[in-house]
Design a protein around this ligand. Structure first.
Ligand SMILES: [Zn+2]
Ligand SMILES: [Zn+2]
Length: 373
């Protein structure tokens, strides 16, 4: 008899999920089967669910989700350690990359694994080996050579689950933008990414952190995560006034770095305007193709400004993210990042609520919904 597990198979925008029993795969050498313990509904998952991100859905559906943590269920032949050479055994808690830089392309050759064009590949259906390709399921198949790191005992799953997406994403993004000790940063958007970016920037020695959003409860959370100043769009509806305000808070210069962690294109030119001469704009938020914005490129030329786009990260980020959590968990309220946890069979609910709460202006605590498969 083959062993099986349950997975939430996505049927397409508007159609929701279907729970299915799937066989556990035979492990290839170098692969690891992970028993997922917590999977978050990430902002990018909502794009797929809603149907505003490009997606060629396999005919038998798709298991998606990527922000997760779990325990080693089975080690494939030859796997004895994690990616730092530390012994790995069944039952160990792990954090891992959900994408796979190919190591055999021009981009990988130049050491830019996060930018590898082959790191994700086409989505495969639940009928195709290795079946378990997403987080919204009881198991996840970490492909041979996938990056995996043992999790320190003291960190609860709720803190670890955002590590392989939101947290690593912002740590890598800030590094790529050249953000460093004593600099100032504007963070557009106080969702999961924005709050973690705030805490990371604080820990990196930011001189000044400004967070912009339109939900007062999120801005309150941003202050708890280390923001010096928060700017409420509803209180300062005039764009010029907002740019002036940021300049006032940064000794009249503008910020060294500004980050789009919103995913709403119109914020981009405004963020660029908030930069000092020679500053860097970090673009992470906008993942939906085809949504455009008007931009005067001469502002980049005359302002000597850079725009850096980043999707995913180099695997070295994960162990540093885990250390960051150990170092700062008493300092920032990470337990407030995941606000609602659902069992796998209520995944449709989890998505509806995540969507609802992200639009709810009176929400007091909501950031991420999580599934405990
Ligand atoms: Zn994500
Ligand atoms: Zn590559």
């Amino acid at each position: 008899m083959t062993e099986t597990g349950r997975a939430a198979v996505f049927r397409g925008p508007g159609k929701g999920f279907e729970l299915r029993e799937l066989p556990l795969p035979a492990l290839e050498p170098g692969a690891i089967l992970i028993r997922v313990s917590l999977a978050n509904v990430c902002g990018s998952d909502l794009h797929f669910w809603r149907g505003d991100a490009p997606l060629a859905l396999p005919p038998d559906g798709w298991i998606f989700g990527h922000e997760m943590t779990g325990r080693v269920a089975r080690l494939g032949p030859g796997v004895e350690t994690d990616s730092l050479g530390r012994p790995l055994a069944e039952g160990d808690r792990v954090a891992y990359c959900y994408f796979y830089p190919c190591g055999r392309c021009y981009v990988c050759l130049h050491g830019q694994r996060a930018a590898c064009p082959n790191k994700v590949g086409r989505p495969t259906g639940p009928g195709e080996f290795p079946y378990w390709v997403g987080a919204f399921a009881e198991y996840y198949y970490l492909r041979p050579g996938g990056f995996v790191f043992r999790v320190p005992d003291g960190l609860p799953d709720g803190l670890v689950s955002p590590v392989n997406c939101a947290l690593s994403q912002v740590i890598f993004g800030l590094a790529q933008a050249g953000f460093s000790f004593g600099q100032s940063v504007v963070i557009q958007g106080a969702g999961g990414l924005g709050l973690q970016a705030t805490a990371v920037a604080r820990d990196m020695g930011a001189a000044r952190i400004v967070v912009i959003d339109q939900v007062p409860a999120r801005l309150e959370l941003a202050r708890a995560f280390g923001a010096d100043h928060t700017l409420d769009l509803t209180e300062v509806p005039d764009r010029k006034a907002r740019v002036r305000q940021v300049r006032d808070w940064t000794d009249g210069r503008g910020a060294d770095v500004a980050c789009d962690l919103v995913g709403f294109p119109p914020v981009v030119p405004e963020g660029i305007e908030m930069l000092r001469y020679g500053g860097t704009y970090l673009e992470i938020g906008c993942i939906s193709r085809g949504r455009t914005v008007e931009l005067d490129p001469s502002s980049l030329v005359w302002g000597s400004k850079r725009i850096v786009g980043v999707v995913m990260y180099d695997p070295w980020v994960i162990p540093r993210a885990l250390e960051f959590l150990e170092r700062t968990r008493a300092r920032f309220p990470f337990d407030r990042l995941v606000s609602h946890t659902f069992p796998l069979e209520r995944i449709d609910d989890a998505f509806r609520q995540a969507e609802w709460y992200n639009r709810e202006t009176a929400a007091t605590r909501i950031t991420r919904a999580a599934l405990a498969p």
